[in-house]
Design a protein around this ligand. Sequence first.
Ligand code: G3D
Ligand code: MG
Length: 185
Amino acid sequence: MGAGASIQIVMVGLDMTGKTTILYRLKFNQYLNAESTVGFNCEKIEGSEGSTKGVTFTIWDLGGRDNMRPLWKPYLRSAQGILFVVDSSDTERMDEAKCELNKFVKSQNSQGLPCLVIANKQDLPEAMDVAEIEKMLGISDLSRSGPVRLAPACAVTGEGLHEAMDIMFDMVKKWKKGKSGRIAR
Ligand code: G3D
Ligand code: MG
């Protein structure tokens, strides 16, 4: 899998964590102040550098308010990867994020799907670092259900997002390789 590959990604996480800002940062390479998402946004994003050059990511940005979370699961059927976004400065809701992440990663439709947690809003002075967030979300425990990694980012400046997409692509490649021989999806 290389240039010309097309990958479906679902992007979820609590509301206000910066999912839509990430989507438009990746799409237009600039900061756009988005309205709160009702339903979903979807964009095709072309990788422009490194290993993702020539790769098309179709990213589904699903609304994160609690009444919309039950709608996340059906999107997993056609997905090859999960982006789970957290607000690195939101200590109060990290437990709620952990709960949703667990439910989502362990749900039947996502068995074994690669999941990259984006620790967004790293620009804020009160942002926790990667090690703290990994601990709070129980990433090492979650890794037993499937491949899970975490990457820091700032959607306002775009810092870390290309690296995050590189990691996601790498995880999807490994996952595809591992499941060849199993049922195609
Ligand atoms: P959502 O789609 O996950 O619900 P949004 O989140 O993309 O709508 O973003 C929610 C708020 O967080 C927005 O601010 C947005 O500008 C801000 N935000 C997103 N990413 C970052 C980041 O990396 N750093 C900082 N400091 N803020 C970020 P408003 O003011 O519109 O509520
Ligand atoms: Mg949104």
